[in-house]
Design a protein around this ligand. Structure first.
Ligand code: GLN
Length: 250
């Protein structure tokens, strides 16, 4: 199958090589006989909800976020329609913040958000930096772990009843106090975890791919053929042990 991917603002939001996540999705799709066709969607470009199976938005500093925020806010209804229609989405750090209702940056200016995720973000005085380990139960099944790296001044507060991506085992997460990390709406996931995230957490790459394939085919998420993830498991192990060395949840 062909999986149609919309990569939002790749020229503005790509901190810590976040676009590596797209390379992982493309490779893991190809190994199962599927093809990723990736289109950049930038300022002024139209986002046609039904035409995308997966959306991706990376991280960036406040300066880059301010450049794209008004355009992204305008795309909010189309994004919400895409996700309500079952499209998968991954948003990292700066992109995650901008998919909430608003982000107040470090200089006090208020950036409008796309309103996809039920949350708000306000920059604090200190940055939250380091390796993170999370526990996630995405579909109510067995708990799984995600390892990554966070570096953000923004404190993200989820609305009452909003679904986090996971619980922080080590690291700060959304705000350093709630114990929550990220947010999930349907097949849309927002997270502070960079790294890039997917090379060391291949199960999440496959979770997104299966949902993108379901959207492309109109059927249920397929069971994807397992791959040899020896290297990926080692990358996860190293990142997870660095997170553990940070000590308890901050
Ligand atoms: N500018 C945002 C913050 O500092 C996001 C940074 C990032 O994407 N790493 O909170």
């Amino acid at each position: 199958m062909r999986i149609r991917v919309g990569h939002l603002y790749p020229e503005y939001l790509n901190i810590y090589a976040d676009r590596g996540n797209i390379a992982v999705l493309a490779r893991r799709a190809a190994l199962r006989g599927h093809e990723l066709s990736v289109r950049a969607i930038s300022r002024g470009d139209e986002l046609r909800p039904g035409e995308l199976d997966l959306l991706y938005i990376g991280g960036g500093q406040d300066r880059e976020q301010a450049l794209v925020a008004p355009d992204l806010a305008e795309k909010g209804p189309a994004l919400a329609e895409a996700v309500a229609g079952g499209a998968a989405l991954l948003a990292v750090c700066g992109g995650y913040q901008l998919l909430g209702r608003s982000y107040r940056g470090q200089d006090g200016s208020l950036m409008p958000g796309a309103g996809l995720f039920p949350l708000e973000t306000v920059a604090g005085e200190t940055r939250m930096i380091g390796d993170v380990l999370l526990e996630c139960r995405l579909d109510g099944g067995e708990p799984r772990q995600l390892a990554g790296f966070e570096n953000h001044a923004g404190r993200t507060l989820l609305d009452e009843g909003a679904q986090p991506l996971g619980r922080v085992l080590y690291g700060f997460g959304n705000d350093g106090v709630s114990g929550f990390e990220g947010c999930r709406v349907g097949a849309a996931i927002g997270t502070y975890l960079h790294g890039p995230l997917l090379p060391r957490n291949p199960w999440l790459a496959d979770w997104l791919l299966a949902r993108a394939l379901a959207h492309a085919s109109g059927g249920p998420p397929p069971a994807l053929e397992p791959l040899d993830d020896t290297l990926e498991r080692e990358a996860f192990r190293v990142a997870a042990s660095r997170a553990r060395e940070r000590g308890g949840r901050r």
